[in-house]
Design a protein around this ligand. Structure first.
Ligand SMILES: Nc1nc2c(ncn2[C@@H]2O[C@H](COP(=O)(O)OP(=O)(O)OP(=O)(O)O)[C@@H](O)[C@H]2O)c(=O)[nH]1
Ligand SMILES: [Mg+2]
Length: 204
């Protein structure tokens, strides 16, 4: 993907705040601090279009970014961070779930996991839930710069086993080295192309 333009559109917590469902949309989900916002910045070739932070729980709203005027990237708040105030946490689940289950133009969810960690129960539940809703998923394994080649292979098999994935359902990535950037775009574009041919729900 040759990104010529990327712009922040809006933030919100519920459908009334979301932009019109006119463009194909790709949402980025995963644990807090896993690197969702960093991945989006690399995809759009911008250092800080999306705010990133070493403090988990930075992204607290659903943020919409338009790319080349014809695609929307959506940064979702992360799950699994214990220190977020309970009142905020109570809102996040329903907020993300409502977005994922009702957004008609959602074409792909990129689920991001850390190469150094065993996927958590929340990662597993998220994946099962996306599959149950028939939402096409790409799993991106990020922070690959943090491990050796050997460790990468070892962790990759733990991740595929824990999540019940085949190897071709996931892509390796690093926001530091930019490894995997082009592949992630290619995979997203392929998923969007096939979901446009065969929109979810067309067989109901
Ligand atoms: N070494 C390395 N660090 C990364 C990578 N991706 C993200 N980080 C760092 O991880 C931290 C969290 O990154 P974010 O992109 O803000 O993570 P997030 O998933 O958006 O976090 P929340 O919005 O809090 O859910 C930051 O300090 C980033 O610099 C990567 O590929 N390699
Ligand atoms: Mg973020």
């Amino acid at each position: 993907m040759n990104v010529t333009n990327a712009e922040f559109v809006t933030s919100g917590t519920r459908p009334a705040h979301f932009p019109p469902a006119e463009l194909p949309e790709v949402a980025f989900a995963g644990r807090s601090n896993v690197g969702k916002s960093s991945l989006i910045n690399i995809l759009v070739n911008r250092k800080s279009l999306v705010r990133t932070s070493s403090t988990p729980g930075r992204t607290q709203l659903i943020n919409f970014f338009r790319v080349n005027g014809n695609l929307m990237l959506v940064d979702l708040p992360g799950y699994g961070f214990a220190k977020v105030p309970l009142a905020v946490k109570r809102e996040w689940g329903p907020m993300v779930e409502t977005y994922l289950s009702t957004r008609p133009n959602l074409g792909c969810v990129v689920l991001i996991v850390d190469i150094r960690r065993v996927p958590t129960e929340e990662d597993q539940l998220m994946l099962q839930w996306l599959r149950a809703y028939n939402i096409p998923v790409l799993v991106v394994v990020t922070k690959c710069d943090k491990v050796s080649k050997n460790e990468r292979a070892r962790q990759a098999s733990i991740i595929t086993q824990t999540l019940g994935l085949s190897r071709d359902e996931m892509a390796f990535f690093s926001a530091l080295s930019r490894e995997g950037r082009d592949e992630v775009w290619e995979r997203i574009e392929a998923i969007l192309a096939s979901s446009q041919e065969d929109p979810a729900g067309s067989c109901e």
